[in-house]
Design a protein around this ligand. Structure first.
Ligand code: ADP
Length: 261
């Protein structure tokens, strides 16, 4: 990702972090976190000299701790910064490390903003080539605040090919354009399901919706990830497919996406 965004006046880079990539979606449940985790791992797997961090900015529904098999409270450094938790070579920070997994986050907007600010600035990220940010779904305060706070190299938007998801994905793409964040492309998730027994292919959420949207918006499709039980199981058990089944076609699809950004 060589494209740098035009820095807005209020923006301040995170010390030590070279490039920030955000993973966004219009709707929830389309596979944004799954894609964020696997892309972060793929960026590290493609080039072992690169250091990668992963920030879970989905403060209402943090899923990175489970997907990255991490729990516990971050230690504080002598400068009172939180030390990220690390697994599979990725430095991770999430609201999920600070609150109980079962506790709902019932906060007003301002509290969310201050939590995001803390997760961005009061963490000892160290030297990172990439910081991947898993955004909450939609186009709300968090997206706006992150975009205005730090320079973002690019946004990747995840969607299923279903109309209702596409509509919201389009709004997401347009929001990033408005705040001068380059949209690197779209990822089409869950477009095809292949029956493991008879190999018949079903397009549960539609076939080419994300491709068509990309054409309309003049954007690239960075990859096409099938609906597959292994993607779900590996994430649920904290062993994402890029690290647990690196030879699978699905892992290769994530590795390819990471090559293109
Ligand atoms: P979001 O971040 O958009 O809310 P998640 O990444 O949490 O979505 O995914 C929602 C659910 O769908 C999770 O249970 C995840 O394991 C599953 N999932 C995501 N992508 C796929 C896929 N390509 N195949 C199968 N299951 C998937």
């Amino acid at each position: 990702a060589q494209i740098m965004s035009r820095g807005l006046p209020k923006q301040k880079p995170i010390e030590g972090v070279k490039q920030v990539l955000v993973l966004a979606s219009g709707k929830g449940g389309v596979g944004k976190s799954t894609t964020a985790v696997n892309i972060a791992l793929a960026l590290a797997a493609n080039d072992s000299t690169k250091s990668v961090g992963l920030l879970d900015a989905d403060v209402y529904g943090p899923s990175i701790p489970r997907m990255m098999n991490l729990k516990g409270n971050p230690e504080l450094t002598s400068q009172n910064l939180m030390r990220p938790l690390k697994n599979y070579g990725i430095e991770c920070m999430s609201m999920g490390f600070l609150v109980e997994e079962t506790a709902p986050v019932v906060w007003r907007g301002l509290m969310v903003m201050s939590a995001i600010e803390k997760l961005l600035r009061q963490v000892e990220w160290g030297q990172l080539d990439y910081l991947v940010i898993d955004m909450p779904p939609g186009t709300g305060d968090v997206q706006l605040s992150v975009s205005q706070n730090i320079p973002i190299a690019g946004a990747v938007i995840v969607s299923t090919p279903q109309d209702i998801a596409l509509l919201d994905a389009r709004k997401g793409a347009e929001m990033f354009r408005k705040v001068h964040v380059p949209v690197l492309g779209l990822v089409q998730n869950m477009s095809v399901f292949q029956c493991p027994k008879c190999k018949h292919e079903t397009h549960i959420f539609g076939t080419d919706g994300v491709r068509d949207l990309a054409k309309t918006l003049g954007l690239d499709v960075l990859g096409d990830i099938p609906l597959d039980v292994n993607i779900r199981k590996t994430c649920d058990t904290g062993q994402p497919i890029v690290v647990s089944q690196p030879q699978s076609d699905m892992a290769k699809a994530y590795l390819q996406i990471a090559m293109e950004i």
